[in-house]
Write a protein that binds this ligand. Sequence first.
Ligand code: GAF
Length: 395
Amino acid sequence: MPEKAENLQADGLVREIHERHFGAGPKMFLAPGRVNLIGEHTDYAGGFVMPAAIDFGTLAAVSPRQDGQIEVWSENFAEGVTYAADALPNRGKRHWSDYPLGVLWALREAGVDVPPFSLTLQGDVPVGAGLSSSASVEVATAFALLDVAGASMARVEIAKLCQRAENVYADSSCGIMDQFIACHGAEDHALLLDCRSLEFRLAPIPRHVKLVIANTMVRHSVAGGEYGTRRAEVEEGTAILRRHRPEIALLRDATPEDLEEWGSEMPDNVLRRCRHIITENLRTAAAADALEAGNLKKLGDLMAAAHMSYRDDFEASCVEADTMVDLAQRLPGLIGARLTGGGFGGCTVNLVEEEQAAEFTARLGQDYRRATGIEPEIYDCRASAGAHAVENSRR
Ligand code: GAF
C-alpha cells in the first residue's frame, strides 16, 4: 500500500535524497493528486466538475546550480535526465520527464527566467489509477521552479500553465480540472468548478463522511487513445448543434432540449456522448447544492446516475469498475459510488459513513477479489489542501 503524502513529507526522505544526489540543501513543495466526486469529461466542454484534492501527492525538492545544467531526478523511476539549460528538447518524448520539463518549457514561454537547477521528484499518487499523478508532478514542479526563479504567479495561472505543459509539451489533451484542484484544493472540502469561467466554490465534506478510493488495478491513461476519441466525439456533436445555435461555443452551452431537437442528425455514439456531458453538467451542479444542503441521499443518487451515464452513454467504464461500484452499492454505510477520473480503468470513489468505513473497506476488498480474481488496493483518503511549500527544517 503506498505511503501517504504526509508521511513522505514528515520523513524528510525527499530532502535527504536530494542532498545525497546533488550535494545541496533544497526547498520543497508538495502538490496533491485528486479524486473527482462527479463531473466527468465535462471540463474540456466548459462545464462543471466537483473534485477534491487528496492526501497522496508529489514532493518536489529544488536547488539552484551554477554549471548551466538542468537535472531532474525521479525517485519513483530511479532515473534522472540532464540537459544544458539552453538545449532543452522543445517537445516531449513520451517519458516521465515530459511533465516536469513541459512545465519548464511553459514557464519560459510565459516569460519566466528559470535559472539552471536540480530537481528531485517523489510521489505516492498511484500511477495509472486515474488520481492525477501527472498534474501533481506538474504543479509541484511549477511551484518549485517559480521559487528558484524568484517569481510568483496566481494559482489560477499556474493551473493553466501546467495544463498547457501537458497539452502541448506532453501532447496529452487533458482539460483543466486536475491542475486546478492541485492548486486550489482545501482540507475537508470538495470544489465545484465552472471550467469555463474558472469561478469556483468550496463545499465542506461533513466530518462523518469518509472518502474511500478503490483501485480496480486496471490501468488508466489520458495519453492513451480512448480519452482523445471521446473528446473528438464530443467536439463532433458540439459542431452539429452549433450549426443550429451558433452561440453553442462549447457543449456546456447546450441543453437537453437542443439534443432532443437536433440529436437525430448525430451518429448514435456521438448523440450518447453528448447526452452524458449535458446531463452530467446538470447532475454536478445539483450535487454541489446537495452537498452544501447536507442532502447526502441526493448526492449519492446523483453519483449513481453519473456512473450509469458514464457507463452506458459515454462508454468510459470497464467491467471491473462496474463490478466495484455494484459491490459497493450492496454494502452498509455507502452514500455514493462511481468510477472517478478519465475512465477505462482506474479507481472508484466511495463516500461512506465513517462508522461503517472500516467494515465497508474490508468487505469491498474481499468481494471484489472474489468476483474478479484481482487484488484491489483501497485507500482511506482525506480531502486535502492544494499545493504549498513544505517546511525545510524538520530534521
Ligand atoms: C482526466 C483529464 F486529465 C481531466 O482533464 C478530465 O477530463 C478527466 O480525465 C475526466 O473528467 O483526468
